[in-house]
Design a binder for this molecule. Structure first.
Ligand code: ZN
Ligand code: ZN
Length: 356
């Protein structure tokens, strides 16, 4: 492998445009992957536009990758040529801290290596899945057990694991009442997963027009969060609430819906300039409630999530786009105009490169 087609941004105010990435031959423990599909995550947009202030340009986003193995390193034994695999948000971690030893590389105390905008131990920069191929250490490659709908599998390795991990950690399952706040890329996965885990699943949404879709995806009940009377009916009744909304909103309105000793977990964060309204602490100590956060999941748990999804026939609800339409897709994503995840068909980039 050498220079392969990709899409990159060159500065915060520049659109994504054709670019070429130098991918080395796989090292001893690496796997080379022909990328079939790459999902579009909100993080891609934040990073491309330097909204977190740490982007190094050029930037090739993309961390919801599904593809086929084309080569394996001499010391790599987990995969063989032709296997269907996925790569999520991480391509490396220190491997020796307490978190890594526990298989929770996502909480690596030395910082995991992001699939894009990251730096590998040899000092090289990482470029993500908006490209036709990638080379990744086999320890960060996942087996895809799904036989078809591979485009719709791609978002599982970010949106899927981001919701699966906290649902598992806080025990979503039969006999539990679980709330999912927000019906976007994350929320729609949260509904599907909580339902499949056997929990009584309740969607909170501010728009009543999303109720039918929430039920179709697996919600047992839909609560319109802007209606205080509907909210009050659920006071003190939830075993767990997963809040997927990044926009600033009042967390107190949800905390009072938790039972004693129950937890609400945040997986979205508002911009630093517009935080959530202040927390009313008595809402916590009054019933020994907890407010928590969660960040993606480790490799072992991500594999568990893919296996769970395949066993339950779960994929993401997606709209497939051509690589060339990426900038328009970002604008639509900002307006919430997608059900519920865009996925790039990488054949469109391969065809364009062939024609050039
Ligand atoms: Zn993501
Ligand atoms: Zn570590």
């Amino acid at each position: 492998m050498s220079h392969i087609p990709a899409y990159a941004t060159q500065a915060a105010n520049q659109p994504l445009a054709p670019f070429s990435v130098n991918r080395g031959a796989p090292g001893a423990h690496d796997v080379a992957i022909d990328i079939l599909f790459c999902g579009i995550c909100h993080s891609d947009l934040h990073q491309a536009r330097n909204e977190w202030g740490n982007t190094v340009y050029p930037c090739v986003p993309g961390h919801e990758i599904v593809g086929k193995v084309t080569a394996v390193g001499s010391g790599a034994g987990k995969f063989k040529v032709g296997d269907t695999v996925a790569v999520g948000c991480m391509v490396g971690s220190c491997g020796h801290c307490e978190a890594c030893a526990a298989g929770e590389e996502n909480y690596c105390e030395n910082g995991f290596v992001g699939t894009y905008n990251g730096t590998l131990p040899d000092g090289s920069r990482t470029f993500g899945g908006y490209s036709t191929a990638i080379v990744v250490n086999e320890d960060f490659v996942l087996r895809v057990p799904h036989k078809d709908h591979l485009a719709a599998v791609a978002p599982l390795v970010c949106a899927g694991i981001t919701t699966y991990s906290p649902l598992r950690h806080w025990g979503a399952g039969p006999g539990k009442k679980v709330g999912i706040v927000g019906l976007g890329g994350l929320g729609h996965m949260g509904i599907k997963l909580a339902h499949a885990m056997g929990a009584h699943t309740v969607l909170f949404t501010h728009s009543p027009r999303k109720a039918d879709d929430g039920k179709r995806l697996g919600a047992d009940e839909v609560v319109v969060s802007s209606d205080p009377a509907q909210m009050a009916q659920h006071a003190g009744s939830f075993d767990f609430i997963l809040d997927t909304v990044s926009a600033p909103h009042d967390l107190n309105a949800y905390l009072v819906l938790l039972k004693r000793d129950s937890t609400m977990c945040l997986v979205g964060a508002p911009p630093a300039s517009t935080p959530h309204p202040p927390l009313r602490v008595p809402n916590l100590y009054g019933k020994r409630r907890a407010l928590a956060g969660s960040l993606i999941g480790g490799i072992r748990e991500t594999q568990e999530m893919l296996d769970f999804c395949a066993a339950h026939g779960i994929v993401s609800d997606i709209e497939t786009i051509a690589m060339q339409d990426i900038n328009a897709a970002y604008e639509r994503m900002l307006k919430g105009d997608v059900k519920y995840r865009f996925v790039i068909d990488m054949q469109t980039l391969k065809d364009a490169a062939k024609a050039a």
